[in-house]
Design a protein around this ligand. Structure first.
Ligand SMILES: *[C@@H]1O[C@H](CO)[C@@H](O)[C@H](O)[C@H]1NC(C)=O
Ligand SMILES: *[C@@H]1O[C@H](CO)[C@@H](O)[C@H](O)[C@H]1NC(C)=O
Ligand SMILES: *[C@@H]1O[C@H](CO)[C@@H](O)[C@H](O)[C@H]1NC(C)=O
Ligand SMILES: *[C@@H]1O[C@H](CO)[C@@H](O)[C@H](O)[C@H]1NC(C)=O
Ligand SMILES: *[C@@H]1O[C@H](CO)[C@@H](O)[C@H](O)[C@H]1NC(C)=O
Ligand SMILES: *[C@@H]1O[C@H](CO)[C@@H](O)[C@H](O)[C@H]1NC(C)=O
Ligand SMILES: *[C@@H]1O[C@H](CO)[C@@H](O)[C@H](O)[C@H]1NC(C)=O
Ligand SMILES: *[C@@H]1O[C@H](CO)[C@@H](O)[C@H](O)[C@H]1NC(C)=O
Length: 563
């Protein structure tokens, strides 16, 4: 087969990998991760398994600085395949390390595989999570910090300390149970989570029956909290009793510093806030309540002043009305990029301005629920993503994609008349500006994420998007980030500069939506074979699907099974 000569070719490129410099400076960070089920945590006070890393839930912090090279050797002690993705880490020229089903063969149980990637041109707050098999619903997530290099000033005084605050909804049942249910029962889609966890811990309760999250702080000092929504479904509003928050960063953009009493965080998003602890010695509530849902579940932690002997008391701070989307939209529009703050830039290097951008492509992506052959699915433009068991990137590399997917079958500006499965891979013009318009025809708040890039969030609107809607865009100082919310019945528009060749996942961060087919891949192709451009596959490249030497022919299309 042509396959074996291609494999030789891989080895040649793999050898070249060591020949070109991977870093300008920065250090190597080595981590070994044992990923296993653990019964040592009972986050919702029922006995259940969580996915732990080295016995920790959430998993360990990746504390990197721009240009560092991260090596994570993942040992899979689960009973099924596993992949991690690095939410918001751009993997420049290196989609081989992105860790989604379209880029990597899964790490089989009882085996290990090492991710190696350099964090380039980025700073900020991010997190990682298991990307396949609905596993994220049972944990496996953890924080990523990318610190400024010493030579790059941070636009605020160094805080006394930093805390990671991973907040997300949680189901008391096993993820395998829910994913089976989701594939068959329409009603499973609307199952409400059982809890909101803060750093894997259930809510503070007077009875102290469950462990809760508590941060010890010293009166008079200022702390940085890096808040991420690591949940499956719910957007939340976060606030701290009697304390204001100064918003400073979102997924790598230093924002105009604005003082907030509460902050909406949508699934997959990250923010940094500074909190000055300026009250009398006491403990104070930290609250995360769900948006658009009539429920009493709430994440509840404690800000503990080091000299406090008083437990948190009084009413929990009230946030905005959970159904007031106006509040949420206005807050989103008020979050702007600080154009004068120095930082590693998203691309193009050093460019902030999207004022005079010439668009090369526009995709208009309608998300909706649909039924295909009796199965409940999520569709984008009436196409539900079908996960082939051969990664697209691997197919691309070995056979130019043929046999696994057909490029550009997905309708980027229209909605198909019939809902159907598709392996959606579309061309993104290399070094072109793309405009993505996300239209949400679902009941809940959706959240879209693009791997490989950060995008400029230029507009939010109600109802239908038309070219005229561009007049309402903020093209002066939009924030650059990688996950954006899309309000029900409305649209969100983003711009991205596609200078990062690779196979890039564009997905709903809402785990149910994603699992049921709300995703596609953007293939950014650079014909220049210069190895200083897109990285060749790593030496430890895994083969699977049609390239698995021990494997049968290509699968027939159908609902997701293996991956
Ligand atoms: C991972 O598991 C192996 C085998 O059980 C053990 O030897 C090793 O110490 C563990 N590593 C970590 C970081 O927990
Ligand atoms: C993270 O790295 C930075 C920069 O090297 C260092 O100053 C900081 O102490 C580290 N934080 C943790 C929690 O390891
Ligand atoms: C598996 O772990 C071993 C021991 O740490 C390491 O030498 C090897 O490179 C790892 N394998 C892969 C494919 O990363
Ligand atoms: C923006 O960043 C600059 C430079 O660090 C800082 O001096 C300024 O206060 C920031 N502006 C706002 C509105 O946050
Ligand atoms: C805590 O109380 C001790 C004793 O009164 C005092 O010396 C110390 O400054 C206090 N610490 C803070 C952070 O307020
Ligand atoms: C955009 O283009 C206009 C007209 O050419 C020019 O006047 C303006 O300065 C440009 N703005 C930016 C931010 O480059
Ligand atoms: C591979 O695909 C690209 C993009 O569709 C195309 O330009 C190129 O000609 C193809 N190469 C081969 C060898 O088929
Ligand atoms: C999507 O497909 C379904 C049938 O599967 C059809 O009823 C519906 O009208 C289509 N949506 C649009 C917007 O055309």
């Amino acid at each position: 087969m042509a396959c074996s000569s291609s494999l030789n070719w891989i080895l040649v490129w793999a050898a070249l990998l060591t020949a070109f410099a991977r870093r300008t400076n920065g250090i190597d960070i080595f981590m070994d991760w044992n990923v296993s089920f653990s019964n040592s945590f009972s986050p919702s006070s029922v006995d259940q398994q969580v996915i732990a890393i080295n016995g920790m839930f959430p998993g360990p912090l990746i504390n990197a600085t721009t240009n560092d090279v991260v090596h994570v050797n993942v040992f899979n002690f689960l009973d099924e395949p596993l992949l991690f993705t690095w939410n918001g880490i751009q993997q420049r020229l290196n989609s081989w390390q992105d860790g989604v089903s379209g880029t990597n063969c899964p790490i089989k149980p009882s085996t290990n595989w090492t991710y190696v990637f350099q964090i380039k041109d980025q700073i900020g707050s991010f997190f990682y999570f298991p990307s396949i098999n609905f596993q994220k619903a049972s944990g496996g997530y953890g924080p990523i910090r990318v610190n400024n290099r010493n030579v790059i000033a941070v636009p605020f005084l160094k805080p006394e300390a930093e805390f990671d605050l991973l907040i997300g909804d949680w189901y008391a049942g096993d993820y395998k149970y829910y994913r089976t249910l989701l594939g068959t029962e329409v009603s499973a889609f609307d199952v409400i989570p059982d809890a909101i966890l803060i750093n894997g811990k259930g809510p503070y309760a007077d009875s102290m029956s469950t462990a809760h999250e508590s941060f010890t702080v010293e009166k008079g000092k200022t702390y940085r909290f890096r808040i991420s929504n690591v949940g499956s479904t719910l957007s939340f509003n976060f606030r701290i009793q009697n304390h204001a928050m100064l918003l400073v960063e979102t997924e790598g953009s230093y924002t105009n510093q604005i003082t907030l009493n509460s902050l909406d965080v949508h699934v997959g998003q990250s923010y940094s806030v500074l909190v000055t602890v300026d009250q009398n010695d006491a403990d104070f509530y930290m609250v995360a309540s769900s948006k658009l849902l009539d429920t009493s579940i709430v994440g509840l932690g404690v800000l503990h002043y080091s000299n406090s002997t008083t437990p948190a008391s009084g009413p929990q701070p009230a946030g905005p009305d959970a159904f007031d989307l106006e509040f949420s939209v206005n807050q989103a529009k008020s979050i702007r990029w600080n154009l004068t703050a120095g930082a590693a830039r998203p691309n193009p290097q050093g460019t902030f301005a999207v004022t005079n951008v010439t668009l090369s492509q526009t995709f208009i992506l309608h998300s909706a629920r649909a039924e295909i052959n009796g199965a409940p699915r999520l569709v984008v433009n009436n196409v539900s993503y079908y996960t082939p068991n051969t990664p697209l990137k691997l197919a691309d590399h070995l056979t130019n994609g043929s046999g696994v997917y057909t490029l550009d079958q997905f309708p980027v500006q229209s909605v198909n008349a019939e809902a159907a499965y598709g392996i959606s891979v579309v061309t993104g013009n290399h070094k072109g500006w793309i405009e993505l318009v996300f239209k949400n025809n679902l009941d809940g708040i959706d959240s879209w994420h693009l791997d490989g890039f950060s995008f400029f969030v230029v507009g939010f609107g109600n109802g239908d998007w038309t070219p005229d809607s561009r007049k309402t865009y903020n093209v002066i100082d939009p924030v650059s980030r990688s996950s954006t919310q899309v309000y029900p019945g409305g649209w969100t528009a983003v711009y991205a500069f596609l200078d990062n060749p690779g196979m890039w996942n564009l997905r709903s961060q809402n785990l149910k939506n994603w699992y049921l087919g709300q995703e596609l891949y953007i293939r950014v192709y650079d014909p220049d074979p210069n190895p200083a451009k897109e990285h060749p596959p790593p030496e430890n490249l895994l083969l699977c699907g049609i390239f698995d030497p021990s494997n049968a022919p290509a699968p027939a299309p159908g609902p997701k099974t293996g991956l």
